[in-house]
Design a protein around this ligand. Sequence first.
Ligand code: FCB
Length: 783
Amino acid sequence: MSTTSFPEGFVWGVSTSAFQIEGATSADGRGPSIWDGFSADRVEACDHYHRHPEDVQLMKDLGMAAYRFSVSWARVIPAGSGKVNEAGLDFYDRLLDELLAAGITPYATLYHWDLPQAIEDNGGWPARDTARHFADYAAAVHDRLGDRVDTWFTLNEPWVAAFLGYGAGIHAPGRKSAADAFTAAHHMLLAHGLAVQALRAGGAAKVGAVLNISPVLTPAQVSDFGRTLSEEDAEAVTRIDALANRQFLDPMLRGAYPADLLPIIERSVGLGHVQDGDLGLIAQPIDLLGVNYYTPLVVQAQPSEPADPAFPGSEGVLFCTVPTAVTAMGWSIVPNCLSLLLGRLSREYPGIDLMVTENGADFVDVVTGDGIHDVDRINFIEEHLRALRAAVEDGAPVRGYLVWTLLDNLEWSDGYQRKFGLVHVDFATQRRRPKDSALWYRDVIARNGLPETRQKRPTLETVAARAGVSRATVSRVVNGEASVSPEVRAAVMQAVRELGYVPNAAARSLVTRRTNAIALVLSVPRQGGDPLTAAVVQYVTSLLEGAGKQITLMLADTAESHRRIVSHVEAGLSDGVVLLPPERADTLAERLSRIGVPVVLLGKPPIASLVPYVDVDNAGGATTATEHLIARGRRTIGMICGPMDLVAVQDRLAGHREALQRAGMRPLLALADDLTRAAGKAAAHRLLGDEPSLDAIFAASDQLAIGALQAAREAGRRVPEDLAIVGFDDVDAASATTPALTTVRVPVADQALALARLMLSRLEGRHTTSVVLPARLVVRDST
Ligand code: FCB
């Protein structure tokens, strides 16, 4: 095996799940599932139910050897138990024939969270009968499809299904009970054991389960796994490991609950639901353990901390965010954890083959005329494959790797805003387009290994991920600052060398005065919160790079970083600065332009300034949206405002007030602390509670508006009949909500283009003025 190749016979492929791609939720006798009604979004998903021939062809073209999909229980047994719906099985029958004809090995998962609603109505997973029904369903599926599927997975990530679904209530069915969560988890384990028996009885060749195993670390361990812990921190780590990982690993693979977990379960719900003989049933021998890995759990002891509802029994443990590179989902990127975790499994649970059944990342994708250049996703997968390869080298029996996922899809409670696909899906047309990552992965599969040369343009992000530190740390190291420890500096410099990263034009600028470099200064990183800004950042980067400029990304999140940016520019290391977006009332833009380099801003600055900017007409868009509601006959209109220190929010509020004033109506405002769905939902509930006659809501962003849609449904208000809702931004998800959201479109590509043009003409010394782009109302069904 060379340094970049994988063992012979290593299995390459992708994973998907039924609810996230199939759509067709009432076709051919399918019964309702708990996710159909829980999802705030349209459930057509990728319409894979009808487009599977195209999707299989796509996988064939990409050279996939394996495809892990899940079977929808509600398609096969619409009422959850009892009569089998042959028409539902026909779909999987066709799919399997196509896969086999394409030379792709199917891996079937029997449960990926979409419980039949009828089973939930009879108690759901906290009811013991559910385990028995699941085994019957497994037998029915195997009966029909067993001749073409060799490898069966019973459950996908039972921790998520039990603790997010029944404990924290953020997944379907949305219950919030620690007792229900522990009972559900036990019955899932039991269902697994019974299904393994049923599958074996039917003659299944290989059977396993898929778990999300999360390495549990303290913040200090993220950059140094070997770090010794205080007694308190060690206890916190062990307790969370019991709840997240060993709760499932130990019963399945050792036939016992971890001794340190039993008292926690007992305190929450007692142990009456664990009957004699259960653990023997659960611990059926299995052939393959599927491991899903995305990000570690980072915790530390913190005496006053209340329990997190997703981890009942976690009192005194703080869940931490660490300054590593993150995906758009906000998940820390720590590739080496994959080696750590595969090594651990092979040592502590020996004798079972392992397969990475999910790994992948949500990044903001920008569709350009010549494709989707998702370098971040490629880097993410490449880094994780290197980590996987290191584990194999150390003897972990890892047989394959499946990327999550083939298509951009319906990401559970987060809807269509998340982009995990190797293939882009336009949800208005269902058009599929392979991203660069798909083509890159095709090459990896073809050579059974990683490319010898790395991606042409390693980014600061890649270096940060490789070294396990934040982007800010990398930039501190490459800018030669003293505030970094020698160990961290060595790790960063090693990553820089290995990746062949060219830090910035610093070296060159010493020779020529003109550096050809532009600093892109991100003033507030709103990870996960603001997909549009992220898209503009990415697009403007590629436009400026296309114009031959070298981009240095810098974060302006602290006073110290402001000083660093100013001295970077004063030292002549940048010809120009693009500042995105000046959300807080600071004077960085002014200070930078006084140095004499051109500065341009994304977004109108909070303080009047001579620095030119590109913005959309936030006030005008809000006026149009509000006038639209008035024209629809709405008389009691509330507004959900985002954080008032955002200039765009201030302007949207001003535009809204203006329209109301003209109509002689008074404003009704609810403030949201941030721009998330959760904040929008809470604010909408307040408006509905305070104002019984409320008949319309204008929200300052689409995510807030989607939260308002959820609140309306919870409050039993019909949209648009009882309540019209308008958002702002027109993010992808807006066209896919139920009902589809009326919103104000912010033209992302036009903004990036205008910003790049403004910068380039200022570099050429031309006089330029600010650009305000029109924000157009897009009318959909929510009004
Ligand atoms: C995993 C799930 C999968 C998808 C990814 C992002 O936990 O199994 O369905 O949601 O996360």
